[in-house]
Write a protein that binds this ligand. Sequence first.
Ligand code: SAH
Length: 379
Amino acid sequence: MERGELLRWLTEDRDEALRELWLRADTVRRDTVGDEVHLRGLIEISNRCVRQCWYCGIRAGNAALTRYRMTADEVIEGAQAAASLGYGTVVLQGGEDPGLTREWVSDVVARIKADLPLSVALSLGERSTRELATWRRAGADRYLLRFETSNAALFARIHPPGTDSAVRDRIGLLRELKDLGYEVGSGSMVGIPGQSIADIAEDILLYRDLDLDMIGVGPFIPHPATPLGGTLALSGEGQAPATELMTYKVLALARVCCPRANIPSTSALATLNLREGRELGLMRGANVLMPNLTPLRYRVHYEIYPAKACIRETAQQCHACMQHRIRSIGRHIGHGAGSATQRSFGAGVPAPGRLPFAGSQHRHVPTLKPGPPRREKSS
Ligand code: SAH
Protein backbone atom coordinates (compact mmCIF):
# COMPACT_ATOMS: atom_id res chain seq x y z
CA MET A 1 0.00 0.00 0.00
CA GLU A 2 1.45 3.34 -1.00
CA ARG A 3 1.18 6.89 0.33
CA GLY A 4 -1.86 7.86 -1.76
CA GLU A 5 -3.92 4.88 -0.63
CA LEU A 6 -2.87 5.39 2.99
CA LEU A 7 -4.04 8.98 2.80
CA ARG A 8 -7.34 7.95 1.28
CA TRP A 9 -7.99 5.55 4.14
CA LEU A 10 -6.86 8.02 6.77
CA THR A 11 -9.37 10.56 5.48
CA GLU A 12 -12.18 8.05 4.93
CA ASP A 13 -15.03 8.44 7.39
CA ARG A 14 -17.86 6.41 5.91
CA ASP A 15 -18.66 3.33 8.01
CA GLU A 16 -19.43 1.27 4.92
CA ALA A 17 -16.02 1.91 3.38
CA LEU A 18 -14.17 1.50 6.66
CA ARG A 19 -15.73 -1.91 7.16
CA GLU A 20 -13.70 -3.00 4.14
CA LEU A 21 -10.50 -1.78 5.81
CA TRP A 22 -11.32 -3.55 9.09
CA LEU A 23 -12.03 -6.77 7.22
CA ARG A 24 -8.84 -6.50 5.20
CA ALA A 25 -6.72 -5.93 8.32
CA ASP A 26 -8.45 -8.74 10.19
CA THR A 27 -7.94 -11.14 7.29
CA VAL A 28 -4.24 -10.31 7.00
CA ARG A 29 -3.90 -10.66 10.78
CA ARG A 30 -5.55 -14.07 10.79
CA ASP A 31 -3.61 -15.36 7.79
CA THR A 32 -0.20 -14.24 9.04
CA VAL A 33 -0.15 -14.24 12.85
CA GLY A 34 -3.24 -16.38 13.43
CA ASP A 35 -5.95 -16.26 16.08
CA GLU A 36 -3.60 -16.32 19.05
CA VAL A 37 -3.50 -13.23 21.21
CA HIS A 38 -0.17 -12.99 23.00
CA LEU A 39 -0.09 -11.55 26.49
CA ARG A 40 2.92 -9.50 27.57
CA GLY A 41 3.10 -8.73 31.26
CA LEU A 42 3.95 -5.06 31.71
CA ILE A 43 5.98 -3.95 34.74
CA GLU A 44 6.48 -0.20 35.04
CA ILE A 45 9.73 -0.36 36.96
CA SER A 46 10.42 3.36 37.50
CA ASN A 47 8.66 6.66 36.90
CA ARG A 48 11.84 8.66 37.48
CA CYS A 49 12.90 10.46 34.35
CA VAL A 50 15.51 13.02 33.32
CA ARG A 51 13.72 13.98 30.09
CA GLN A 52 11.24 16.77 29.41
CA CYS A 53 9.07 15.23 26.70
CA TRP A 54 6.21 17.60 26.01
CA TYR A 55 3.59 14.88 25.90
CA CYS A 56 4.54 12.69 28.84
CA GLY A 57 3.21 13.01 32.38
CA ILE A 58 6.28 11.46 34.02
CA ARG A 59 8.58 14.12 32.50
CA ALA A 60 11.22 15.50 34.89
CA GLY A 61 9.36 18.82 35.11
CA ASN A 62 6.26 17.33 36.73
CA ALA A 63 7.06 18.17 40.35
CA ALA A 64 3.64 17.05 41.58
CA LEU A 65 4.30 13.39 40.83
CA THR A 66 5.34 10.96 43.56
CA ARG A 67 8.42 9.22 42.20
CA TYR A 68 9.31 5.56 42.65
CA ARG A 69 11.78 2.99 41.45
CA MET A 70 11.03 -0.67 42.09
CA THR A 71 13.60 -2.86 43.80
CA ALA A 72 15.18 -5.73 41.91
CA ASP A 73 13.27 -8.22 44.06
CA GLU A 74 9.97 -6.49 43.29
CA VAL A 75 10.70 -6.69 39.57
CA ILE A 76 11.56 -10.38 39.86
CA GLU A 77 8.29 -10.98 41.75
CA GLY A 78 6.43 -9.33 38.89
CA ALA A 79 8.22 -11.55 36.39
CA GLN A 80 7.33 -14.60 38.49
CA ALA A 81 3.69 -13.52 38.39
CA ALA A 82 3.93 -13.22 34.58
CA ALA A 83 5.34 -16.73 34.33
CA SER A 84 2.77 -18.22 36.68
CA LEU A 85 -0.05 -16.61 34.70
CA GLY A 86 1.39 -18.34 31.63
CA TYR A 87 2.67 -15.25 29.83
CA GLY A 88 5.56 -15.73 27.42
CA THR A 89 6.98 -12.23 27.80
CA VAL A 90 7.59 -9.63 30.43
CA VAL A 91 8.09 -5.98 29.48
CA LEU A 92 10.16 -3.80 31.81
CA GLN A 93 9.26 -0.20 31.10
CA GLY A 94 10.29 3.03 32.74
CA GLY A 95 11.29 6.64 32.43
CA GLU A 96 14.80 7.52 31.35
CA ASP A 97 16.15 6.91 34.81
CA PRO A 98 19.95 6.89 35.30
CA GLY A 99 19.27 5.09 38.60
CA LEU A 100 18.41 2.10 36.47
CA THR A 101 22.10 1.53 35.94
CA ARG A 102 23.75 -0.68 33.38
CA GLU A 103 24.67 -3.20 36.08
CA TRP A 104 21.31 -3.16 37.85
CA VAL A 105 19.26 -3.76 34.71
CA SER A 106 21.74 -6.35 33.53
CA ASP A 107 21.45 -8.28 36.81
CA VAL A 108 17.66 -8.16 36.79
CA VAL A 109 17.51 -9.38 33.20
CA ALA A 110 20.00 -12.17 33.90
CA ARG A 111 18.05 -13.31 36.97
CA ILE A 112 14.80 -13.46 35.04
CA LYS A 113 16.38 -15.31 32.14
CA ALA A 114 18.10 -17.79 34.47
CA ASP A 115 15.00 -18.72 36.43
CA LEU A 116 11.93 -18.14 34.30
CA PRO A 117 10.77 -19.25 30.85
CA LEU A 118 10.21 -15.68 29.71
CA SER A 119 11.20 -13.49 26.85
CA VAL A 120 12.34 -10.12 28.23
CA ALA A 121 11.50 -6.83 26.53
CA LEU A 122 12.99 -3.56 27.74
CA SER A 123 11.47 -0.13 27.19
CA LEU A 124 13.70 2.27 29.07
CA GLY A 125 14.12 5.12 26.61
CA GLU A 126 17.21 6.31 24.78
CA ARG A 127 20.10 4.57 26.47
CA SER A 128 23.75 4.36 25.47
CA THR A 129 25.02 1.76 23.02
CA ARG A 130 27.13 0.30 25.82
CA GLU A 131 24.09 -0.15 28.06
CA LEU A 132 21.98 -1.62 25.28
CA ALA A 133 24.76 -4.03 24.31
CA THR A 134 25.26 -5.14 27.93
CA TRP A 135 21.55 -5.77 28.44
CA ARG A 136 21.38 -7.76 25.24
CA ARG A 137 24.30 -9.90 26.42
CA ALA A 138 22.54 -10.39 29.76
CA GLY A 139 19.69 -11.96 27.81
CA ALA A 140 17.23 -9.18 26.94
CA ASP A 141 15.36 -10.28 23.82
CA ARG A 142 13.47 -7.18 22.73
CA TYR A 143 13.59 -3.42 22.97
CA LEU A 144 10.65 -1.06 22.57
CA LEU A 145 11.27 2.56 21.66
CA ARG A 146 8.56 4.44 19.80
CA PHE A 147 9.74 7.06 17.31
CA GLU A 148 6.51 8.89 18.35
CA THR A 149 6.26 10.82 15.06
CA SER A 150 8.13 10.56 11.77
CA ASN A 151 7.91 14.36 11.41
CA ALA A 152 11.46 15.30 12.44
CA ALA A 153 10.67 18.95 13.21
CA LEU A 154 7.70 18.01 15.38
CA PHE A 155 9.72 15.30 17.14
CA ALA A 156 12.52 17.77 17.89
CA ARG A 157 10.02 20.27 19.29
CA ILE A 158 8.24 17.90 21.67
CA HIS A 159 11.31 15.97 22.66
CA PRO A 160 14.06 18.24 23.99
CA PRO A 161 17.47 16.60 24.52
CA GLY A 162 18.38 15.16 27.90
CA THR A 163 20.49 16.89 30.52
CA ASP A 164 23.65 15.47 28.97
CA SER A 165 22.44 17.48 25.93
CA ALA A 166 23.38 14.69 23.56
CA VAL A 167 20.75 14.66 20.85
CA ARG A 168 20.07 11.03 20.04
CA ASP A 169 18.76 10.04 16.67
CA ARG A 170 15.92 7.70 17.59
CA ILE A 171 15.64 6.17 14.15
CA GLY A 172 19.39 5.52 14.18
CA LEU A 173 19.02 4.00 17.63
CA LEU A 174 16.34 1.62 16.34
CA ARG A 175 18.71 0.41 13.64
CA GLU A 176 21.44 0.01 16.27
CA LEU A 177 19.11 -2.11 18.39
CA LYS A 178 18.48 -4.36 15.42
CA ASP A 179 22.24 -4.73 14.83
CA LEU A 180 22.65 -5.71 18.48
CA GLY A 181 20.26 -8.59 17.81
CA TYR A 182 17.21 -7.27 19.60
CA GLU A 183 13.73 -7.78 18.25
CA VAL A 184 12.77 -4.19 17.75
CA GLY A 185 9.50 -2.51 18.59
CA SER A 186 8.61 1.05 17.78
CA GLY A 187 5.55 3.05 16.91
CA SER A 188 3.88 6.38 17.28
CA MET A 189 1.13 8.42 18.84
CA VAL A 190 -1.94 9.47 16.93
CA GLY A 191 -3.06 13.09 17.12
CA ILE A 192 -0.06 14.81 18.67
CA PRO A 193 -0.71 18.56 18.50
CA GLY A 194 1.02 19.72 15.32
CA GLN A 195 0.78 16.32 13.62
CA SER A 196 -1.05 16.20 10.28
CA ILE A 197 -2.79 13.29 8.59
CA ALA A 198 0.01 13.28 5.99
CA ASP A 199 2.47 12.85 8.88
CA ILE A 200 0.52 9.81 9.99
CA ALA A 201 0.76 8.26 6.51
CA GLU A 202 4.55 8.77 6.77
CA ASP A 203 4.55 7.10 10.21
CA ILE A 204 3.00 3.99 8.69
CA LEU A 205 5.50 3.98 5.80
CA LEU A 206 8.27 4.26 8.39
CA TYR A 207 6.98 1.22 10.31
CA ARG A 208 7.43 -0.68 7.08
CA ASP A 209 10.85 0.78 6.22
CA LEU A 210 12.15 -0.10 9.68
CA ASP A 211 10.80 -3.64 9.25
CA LEU A 212 9.59 -3.60 12.85
CA ASP A 213 8.92 -6.74 14.85
CA MET A 214 6.45 -4.87 17.08
CA ILE A 215 4.38 -1.78 16.41
CA GLY A 216 2.84 0.17 19.29
CA VAL A 217 0.23 2.78 18.38
CA GLY A 218 -2.05 4.72 20.65
CA PRO A 219 -3.95 7.97 20.70
CA PHE A 220 -2.24 11.00 22.18
CA ILE A 221 -3.98 11.84 25.47
CA PRO A 222 -3.23 15.32 26.88
CA HIS A 223 -1.74 15.41 30.36
CA PRO A 224 -2.41 18.70 32.18
CA ALA A 225 1.07 18.81 33.75
CA THR A 226 2.75 18.93 30.32
CA PRO A 227 3.24 21.64 27.66
CA LEU A 228 0.84 19.76 25.37
CA GLY A 229 -1.74 19.40 28.12
CA GLY A 230 -4.01 22.23 27.05
CA THR A 231 -6.96 21.47 24.82
CA LEU A 232 -6.25 24.57 22.70
CA ALA A 233 -3.14 22.89 21.40
CA LEU A 234 -5.37 20.37 19.65
CA SER A 235 -7.41 22.75 17.55
CA GLY A 236 -5.07 23.76 14.69
CA GLU A 237 -6.08 23.46 11.05
CA GLY A 238 -5.08 20.19 9.35
CA GLN A 239 -4.50 18.63 12.77
CA ALA A 240 -4.75 14.84 12.86
CA PRO A 241 -7.46 13.95 15.39
CA ALA A 242 -6.42 12.05 18.52
CA THR A 243 -9.50 9.87 18.24
CA GLU A 244 -10.37 6.26 18.69
CA LEU A 245 -11.38 6.00 15.02
CA MET A 246 -8.11 7.44 13.74
CA THR A 247 -6.21 5.03 15.99
CA TYR A 248 -8.12 2.02 14.58
CA LYS A 249 -7.30 3.20 11.07
CA VAL A 250 -3.60 3.38 11.92
CA LEU A 251 -3.69 -0.07 13.55
CA ALA A 252 -5.45 -1.58 10.55
CA LEU A 253 -3.09 0.05 8.04
CA ALA A 254 -0.08 -1.01 10.12
CA ARG A 255 -1.30 -4.60 9.89
CA VAL A 256 -1.84 -4.40 6.14
CA CYS A 257 1.59 -2.80 5.59
CA CYS A 258 3.50 -4.94 8.12
CA PRO A 259 1.68 -8.29 8.10
CA ARG A 260 3.98 -10.30 10.39
CA ALA A 261 4.46 -7.67 13.12
CA ASN A 262 3.21 -8.07 16.65
CA ILE A 263 0.74 -5.25 17.24
CA PRO A 264 -0.74 -4.58 20.67
CA SER A 265 -4.19 -3.20 21.31
CA THR A 266 -2.94 -0.56 23.74
CA SER A 267 -4.07 0.79 27.10
CA ALA A 268 -4.28 4.28 25.59
CA LEU A 269 -6.94 2.94 23.23
CA ALA A 270 -8.72 1.24 26.13
CA THR A 271 -8.58 4.57 27.96
CA LEU A 272 -10.67 6.17 25.18
CA ASN A 273 -13.11 3.26 25.14
CA LEU A 274 -13.03 1.19 28.30
CA ARG A 275 -15.92 -0.98 27.25
CA GLU A 276 -14.61 -2.36 23.98
CA GLY A 277 -11.49 -0.49 22.84
CA ARG A 278 -9.22 -3.47 23.40
CA GLU A 279 -11.50 -5.84 21.50
CA LEU A 280 -11.99 -3.47 18.59
CA GLY A 281 -8.21 -3.05 18.37
CA LEU A 282 -7.84 -6.84 18.25
CA MET A 283 -10.51 -7.05 15.55
CA ARG A 284 -8.86 -4.38 13.42
CA GLY A 285 -5.30 -5.65 13.20
CA ALA A 286 -3.88 -6.17 16.69
CA ASN A 287 -2.73 -9.53 18.10
CA VAL A 288 -1.20 -8.62 21.48
CA LEU A 289 -2.49 -7.39 24.86
CA MET A 290 -0.31 -6.09 27.66
CA PRO A 291 -1.82 -6.83 31.08
CA ASN A 292 -0.36 -4.60 33.77
CA LEU A 293 1.64 -6.35 36.49
CA THR A 294 3.01 -3.24 38.20
CA PRO A 295 2.32 -3.39 41.95
CA LEU A 296 -0.80 -1.31 42.64
CA ARG A 297 0.99 1.01 45.03
CA TYR A 298 3.24 2.14 42.17
CA ARG A 299 0.87 1.88 39.26
CA VAL A 300 -1.09 5.05 40.00
CA HIS A 301 2.15 7.01 39.86
CA TYR A 302 3.11 5.80 36.38
CA GLU A 303 0.88 8.47 34.98
CA ILE A 304 2.15 9.07 31.43
CA TYR A 305 -1.37 10.33 30.66
CA PRO A 306 -4.38 10.81 32.96
CA ALA A 307 -7.19 8.34 33.72
CA LYS A 308 -5.19 5.41 32.35
CA ALA A 309 -7.17 2.22 31.94
CA CYS A 310 -6.64 -0.65 34.39
CA ILE A 311 -4.79 1.13 37.15
CA ARG A 312 -6.67 -0.41 40.05
CA GLU A 313 -6.83 -4.10 39.17
CA THR A 314 -4.58 -6.77 40.59
CA ALA A 315 -2.58 -8.91 38.17
CA GLN A 316 -5.15 -11.69 38.57
CA GLN A 317 -8.11 -9.42 37.89
CA CYS A 318 -6.38 -7.93 34.90
CA HIS A 319 -5.61 -11.41 33.59
CA ALA A 320 -9.20 -12.62 34.02
CA CYS A 321 -10.52 -9.53 32.28
CA MET A 322 -8.16 -9.91 29.30
CA GLN A 323 -8.94 -13.61 29.03
CA HIS A 324 -12.65 -12.88 28.93
CA ARG A 325 -12.21 -10.19 26.31
CA ILE A 326 -10.09 -12.46 24.09
CA ARG A 327 -12.63 -15.28 24.28
CA SER A 328 -15.58 -12.97 23.66
CA ILE A 329 -14.29 -12.27 20.16
CA GLY A 330 -13.54 -15.91 19.34
CA ARG A 331 -9.78 -15.71 19.77
CA HIS A 332 -7.50 -17.58 22.16
CA ILE A 333 -4.47 -16.87 24.32
CA GLY A 334 -1.15 -17.54 22.60
CA HIS A 335 1.53 -19.75 24.10
CA GLY A 336 5.25 -19.14 24.23
CA ALA A 337 7.16 -16.00 23.41
CA GLY A 338 5.14 -15.16 20.29
CA SER A 339 8.19 -13.74 18.62
CA ALA A 340 7.82 -12.10 15.22
CA THR A 341 11.32 -13.10 14.15
CA GLN A 342 10.81 -16.75 14.94
CA ARG A 343 7.71 -17.06 12.83
CA SER A 344 8.71 -19.48 10.12
CA PHE A 345 6.04 -18.26 7.75
CA GLY A 346 6.10 -15.00 5.94
CA ALA A 347 3.68 -12.30 4.98
CA GLY A 348 0.62 -13.60 3.22
CA VAL A 349 1.43 -17.23 3.96
CA PRO A 350 -1.09 -18.90 6.25
CA ALA A 351 0.10 -19.77 9.73
CA PRO A 352 1.07 -23.41 10.30
CA GLY A 353 -1.89 -25.65 10.90
CA ARG A 354 -4.22 -23.11 9.40
CA LEU A 355 -5.71 -24.00 6.05
CA PRO A 356 -6.64 -21.16 3.79
CA PHE A 357 -10.33 -21.48 3.31
CA ALA A 358 -12.25 -20.42 0.28
CA GLY A 359 -14.34 -17.35 0.68
CA SER A 360 -12.21 -15.88 3.45
CA GLN A 361 -12.52 -12.50 1.78
CA HIS A 362 -16.24 -12.58 2.40
CA ARG A 363 -16.07 -13.73 5.95
CA HIS A 364 -17.91 -11.56 8.41
CA VAL A 365 -16.05 -9.77 11.14
CA PRO A 366 -17.30 -11.24 14.44
CA THR A 367 -19.72 -9.04 16.26
CA LEU A 368 -18.92 -7.95 19.78
CA LYS A 369 -20.47 -9.79 22.65
CA PRO A 370 -20.94 -7.88 25.87
CA GLY A 371 -17.65 -7.52 27.73
CA PRO A 372 -17.00 -8.15 31.41
CA PRO A 373 -18.77 -5.88 33.86
CA ARG A 374 -17.41 -2.43 33.52
CA ARG A 375 -15.88 -0.88 36.58
CA GLU A 376 -16.34 2.75 37.12
CA LYS A 377 -13.71 5.26 36.17
CA SER A 378 -10.22 3.90 36.18
CA SER A 379 -10.91 0.20 35.85
N1 SAH B 1 10.68 6.35 28.68
C1 SAH B 1 10.29 5.32 27.73
C2 SAH B 1 8.88 4.84 28.00
C3 SAH B 1 7.87 5.93 27.80
S1 SAH B 1 6.20 5.55 28.08
C4 SAH B 1 10.44 5.86 26.33
O1 SAH B 1 10.56 7.06 26.17
O2 SAH B 1 10.44 5.07 25.41
C5 SAH B 1 5.77 4.64 26.66
C6 SAH B 1 5.00 5.37 25.59
O3 SAH B 1 3.86 6.04 26.12
C7 SAH B 1 5.74 6.48 24.88
O4 SAH B 1 6.61 5.97 23.93
C8 SAH B 1 4.61 7.31 24.28
O5 SAH B 1 4.33 6.91 22.95
C9 SAH B 1 3.41 6.96 25.17
N2 SAH B 1 2.91 8.19 25.82
C10 SAH B 1 3.57 9.04 26.60
N3 SAH B 1 2.79 10.11 26.92
C11 SAH B 1 1.61 9.91 26.31
C12 SAH B 1 0.39 10.66 26.22
N4 SAH B 1 0.25 11.82 26.83
N5 SAH B 1 -0.62 10.14 25.50
C13 SAH B 1 -0.49 8.97 24.88
N6 SAH B 1 0.62 8.21 24.91
C14 SAH B 1 1.67 8.68 25.61
